[in-house]
Design a protein around this ligand. Structure first.
Ligand code: C2O
Length: 551
């Protein structure tokens, strides 16, 4: 195994998109940020120097962080923020994972511009379980606001209403030719006829699940969230914020000089067609051996355009996610917990907070937008939960009484209750080391049924079941897939439906879980798990590094 060392200088950088410039936070002046490369088993060491004007923390999304919780990164969960002028060294070993993950700022909305790929190659000499591609490259979806995104969210939190939607989606930071002023800011993928390419897809957008398709070509999904899946081929795929997926694209044998659009556009049941920052386009172009010149890129717009599903096509989404299966082979087993020690049932969805002066906020009926898990809208503490837990001092920082199920059940996907108010709290679930956990997440229809991409830090989980309507605790578990369910770190809780996951609590520490739509995080759609130390020496959390930032 190797040591992979990186230096991230977080800094303010001027960037122009859609004919308008602003100062954004970047890493090393790059947008999107640099790619972190590692092989399975390597130690990754990233020194982060904060030379920007904001507090910062970096999360290594999907990295298991076995006993290295101090390096996980979510602000006020595992660490205090790195203040301007400060530094912190993140150190973690990549254990049992290979594929694509990503890193992003994990404080406020700074991940809007502070993100980049993590490429994890298999151990030396270990091949992919599919034919090796000719080339591999990251394809990172993002979301761009002309306004300052910190101002966008703070304005929304003050008014109680929803934040302004973004002005464009991007591929590798580029909006593409369907937006004004952006033809020169277009991601271009040049391919050779007959060759196979592996696209490392990452959805780094703040608030939108995305459909993705390339005209005239199919995509073969071979991996999600750095876990191999049984390969399957589609015209269009869905990727939620937080998710990653490796897909194979085989260029046709003979399209010399031809160009094709690749498009991404949102899936949203809440936006019902009125959302109008539409579509990011990139261009797939065949190398023409007879005229291999830059002129090939300057031709008129390509003629071929894929057709994406409707913005609210939930049946497309459930059909797509239903195809995902673990390899479940001797070499890549699916270690699905067959027994369950602890069961949880969480409602996830939107709600309201009353306004200080009744009826004057810009949310529903003059209230403020809020969001909750089991009616608890999570409040970040002012010091890091992991530090409090490690020091054995929870008192005054958090409560360990997160409800295992809703206090009063209701018809989750039917007519919403009259009172939509949620309660505030910093409440956690405490799990004994090694507990095997089943969690059913039930979407609610309060203020509209919407899909919520839930992400768990510190673990992969198996998606053992999903369905529409209210979860039926008698009949639904009988249909669980306990043989080859997909293993991942971020799963969409279906709009007006539920998802059941299982994981083994074998990683001591404090682990954040939240919807990966950033506006929902701001409204409180998040919670945290404490996994206690086990009895053996290698089952305990290690002491904090000496440079851990202070609050
Ligand atoms: Cu990628 Cu806590 O998130």
């Amino acid at each position: 195994a190797d040591i992979r060392e990186y230096q991230f200088d977080v800094q303010m950088t001027n960037v122009t998109r859609l004919c308008s410039s602003k100062s954004i936070v970047t890493v090393n002046g790059q947008f999107p940020g640099p790619t972190v490369f590692a092989r399975e088993g390597d130690l990754v060491v990233v020194r982060v120097n904060n030379r920007a004007t904001y507090n910062m923390s970096i999360h290594w999304h999907g990295i298991r962080q076995l006993r290295s919780g101090w390096a996980d990164g979510p602000a006020y969960i595992t660490q205090c923020p790195i203040q301007p002028g400060g530094s912190y060294v993140y150190k973690f070993t990549v254990t049992g994972q290979r594929g694509t993950l990503w890193w992003h700022a994990h404080i406020s909305w700074l991940r809007a511009t502070v993100y980049g790929p993590i490429v994890i190659l298999p151990k030396p000499g270990v091949p992919y379980p599919f034919p090796a591609p000719h080339k591999e490259l990251p394809v990172v979806f993002g979301e761009w606001w002309k306004a300052d995104t910190e101002a966008v969210i703070s304005q929304a939190m003050q008014s109680g209403g929803g934040p302004n939607v973004s002005d464009a989606f991007t591929i590798n930071g580029l909006p593409g030719p369907l937006y004004n002023c952006s033809a020169k800011d277009t991601f271009k993928l040049k391919v050779e006829p007959g060759k196979t390419y592996m696209l490392r897809l990452i959805n780094a957008a703040l608030n939108d699940e995305l459909f993705f398709s390339i005209a005239g070509h199919t995509l073969t999904v071979v991996d999600v969230d750095a876990v191999y899946v049984k390969p399957f081929t589609v015209d269009t795929l869905l990727i939620t914020p937080g998710q990653t997926s490796n897909v194979l694209l085989t260029a046709k044998p003979s399209y010399p000089g031809a160009t094709f659009y690749m498009l991404a556009a949102p899936y949203s049941t809440a936006m019902s067609g009125t959302f109008d920052n539409t579509t990011v386009a990139g261009i797939l172009e065949y190398e023409d051996p007879s005229s291999r010149s830059t002129a090939a890129f300057n031709k008129n717009l390509p003629a071929f355009r894929p057709t994406l599903p409707r913005i609210n096509d939930t049946s497309f989404v459930s059909n797509y996610t239903g195809k995902l299966r673990s390899l479940a082979t001797a070499e890549y087993p699916a270690n699905v917990p067959q027994q369950v020690d602890r069961r949880f049932f969480f409602t996830v969805g939107l709600g309201t907070h009353p306004c200080a002066v009744n009826g004057t906020c810009q949310g529903p009926n003059g209230s403020r937008f809020a969001a909750s898990v089991n009616n608890v809208s999570f409040v970040l503490p002012t010091t890091a939960l992991l530090q409090s837990h490690f020091a054995g001092r929870s008192g005054g920082v958090y409560l360990s009484n997160f409800p295992a199920m809703p206090a009063s059940p209701f018809n989750y996907t039917g007519t919403p209750p009259n009172n939509t108010n949620v309660s505030n709290g910093t409440r956690l679930v405490v799990l004994p080391y090694g507990a095997s956990v089943e969690l059913v997440m039930q979407g609610t229809s309060i203020l509209g049924a919407e899909s919520h991409p839930f992400h768990l830090h510190g673990f992969n989980f198996f998606v053992v079941g999903q369905g529409f309507g209210n979860f039926d605790p008698v009949n639904d578990p009988a249909k669980y897939n306990l043989v080859d369910p997909v293993e991942r770190n971020t799963v969409g809780v279906p709009a007006a439906g539920w998802v059941a996951i299982r994981f083994l609590a074998d990683n001591p520490g404090v682990w954040f879980m939240h919807c990966h739509l950033e506006v929902h995080v701001s409204w409180g759609l998040k919670m945290a798990w404490v996994v206690q130390d086990g009895s053996l020496p290698n089952q305990k959390i290690l002491p904090p590094p000496s440079d851990l930032p202070k609050c």
